[in-house]
Write a protein that binds this ligand. Structure first.
Ligand code: A3P
Length: 300
């Protein structure tokens, strides 16, 4: 029997709603539509990312900033419950009855977010990462998914990723959408690469934005507990709690490499040139800068 193609396998596990691909069984068009009417409090904080851009890392940082019981290890609450997803609320958390300040996570594009956020109530932290490393990370993530029942070829993956047929659709549209609508929201942009280069400064920047004043010792704790090595072994943070029918942990970890520039180990010169051309066409007019390699002095 002929093996399914990656695109066919994706079709079997995805649905498209209002221009965006979501995973079947984890959410529905009704849930996504209801998000628009979610009541927002001034103290709400939303972590927004395109997949593989540092979501679980920033969940850990936010959880540590907001919860002393997480910092001092007296509470063992998984981050998915501390900073739950609004569109993938797999533990059925009642958002309305949550005490303030509430923390949320989402991969939604700007136009599917709760409408009230447009009145600049609530805070949004948008974390983005250079799209080549996102592509590599996404590719490895799909290799862990037991419901993708085919071989995923890297060359094919590049095309599918660029065309936006993956979960959450196009990186280019997501980042462009959020960036060009930033004036509509109360938003802080943070890059994965700046977190890699100087985590302490990034943590302080986030604290300032969310209005939490931690002393230097508490900041040290947040930084220490949010390092790649510590998170890899931290059961509240490392997503090993995701059931094996959703992620095959025997094939690899959510926390895979945690670095900048791994795309150089995957892309050929020709693939890289092609990608640069697409990037220029789609993003060239925006002043947004990324660090593509840790040896580069400045972002370009
Ligand atoms: P890699 O696959 O490149 O290693 P997301 O949470 O948005 O799905 O992003 C996952 C990516 O963030 C993975 O990238 C993962 O290793 C990386 N990551 C998670 N925690 C990290 C940390 N503490 N430091 C650096 N990278 C981290």
């Amino acid at each position: 029997m002929e093996e399914d193609t990656f695109e066919k396998a994706l079709d079997a596990i995805s649905f498209k709603h209002k221009g965006i691909y979501f995973e079947v069984g984890l959410t529905s068009p009704e849930i996504i539509d209801a998000i628009e009417h979610m009541e927002i409090r001034d103290s709400d904080v939303f972590l927004v990312t395109y997949p593989k851009s540092g979501t679980i890392w920033t969940q850990q940082i936010l959880s540590l900033i907001f919860n002393e019981g997480h910092r001092n290890g007296t509470e063992q609450i998984e981050n998915i419950n501390r900073v739950p997803w609004i569109e993938y609320n797999i533990n059925n958390i009642n958002f309305k009855s949550r005490p303030s300040p509430r923390l949320f996570t989402t991969h939604l594009p700007y136009y599917l977010m709760p409408r009230d956020l447009r009145f600049r109530t609530g805070k949004i932290i948008y974390v983005c990462r250079n799209p080549k490393d996102v592509m590599v990370s996404f590719y490895h993530f799909y290799l862990l998914k037991p419901n993708i029942k085919c071989t995923i070829h890297w060359e094919t993956f590049i095309d599918v990723y660029i065309s936006g047929k993956v979960e959450s659709s196009s990186w280019f549209d997501h980042v462009r959408g959020w960036y060009t609508h930033k004036e509509d929201f109360n938003i802080l942009f943070v890059t994965y690469e700046e977190m890699i280069k100087d985590l302490r400064s990034a943590v302080k920047k986030i604290c300032k934005f969310v209005g939490i004043n931690l002393d230097e010792k508490a900041i040290d704790t947040v930084v220490e507990k949010a390092t790649f090595t510590n998170m890899k072994h931290d059961p509240v943070a490392n997503y090993k709690f995701i059931p094996s029918d959703l992620l095959d942990h025997s094939k690899g970890d959510f926390l895979r490499k945690g670095t900048v520039g791994d795309w150089k180990n995957h892309m050929t010169v020709a693939q890289n040139e092609m990608f640069d051309k697409v990037y220029k066409e789609k993003m060239g007019d925006l002043p947004i800068k990324f660090l593509w390699d840790l040896n580069e002095e400045n972002a370009s």
